[in-house]
Design a binder for this molecule. Structure first.
Ligand code: NAG
Ligand code: NAG
Length: 159
């Protein structure tokens, strides 16, 4: 019985990790701002971070905010309508002020050459207060902690 337990621990850890592995989340702030959090793998060279947030509707892509030189945000997102900030070296947050999602929209973020995207339906948009701080923990770390927690009792018995 004790020999099978570690296997369950690992399987459970992996399934917890896959639930938490969303790298881009979209939610509505209380003051009607739309928030998009994007997590990417740490950049190999943090001095050269370039990011680009965009959205696509009906096959048309619109740039919301970027600091890639030579690329401009769409007119309707210029002048403080949208801004992005790094929460961490690998988590960037986009805020679109006073924005109501009215159509099915795919949000995308590109950071350090990685692309993440998520499809959002207006009536499935969640309030940001409902989203926990999971973004700050890497899914791998959570699953390792969780597996360790499950493995420890069997390790103690074995020794
Ligand atoms: C983009 O913004 C990040 C964070 O402010 C900065 O570190 C990076 O140098 C900027 N990249 C460019 C190309 O301006
Ligand atoms: C939005 O997407 C959902 C799921 O793909 C689809 O069922 C729905 O018809 C779409 N709504 C519109 C207005 O296109």
């Amino acid at each position: 019985m004790w020999t099978t337990l570690p296997i369950y621990g690992i399987l459970l850890g992996v399934s917890v990790a896959s639930v938490l592995s969303e790298k881009i989340t979209v939610c509505q702030e209380g003051d009607n701002d739309l928030r998009v959090d994007c997590q990417v793998d740490p950049a190999p060279n943090p001095m050269r971070v370039e990011y680009e947030f965009s959205m696509a509707r009906g096959g048309k892509e619109t740039i919301i905010n970027t600091n890639v030189s030579g690329i401009m945000a769409d007119d309707k997102f210029r002048r403080d309508k949208a801004y992005a900030e790094f929460l961490d070296e690998d988590v960037i947050r986009l805020i679109i002020t006073d924005f109501t999602l009215s159509e099915n929209t795919t949000f995308m973020c590109k950071l350090s050459g990685n692309l993440e995207s998520v499809f959002v339906e207006p009536d499935q948009l969640v309030p940001c207060s409902a989203i926990s701080v999971f973004l700050h923990y890497s899914p791998l770390m959570l699953s390792l902690l969780f597996s360790l927690y499950l493995l420890l009792p069997s390790w103690l018995v074995a020794n």
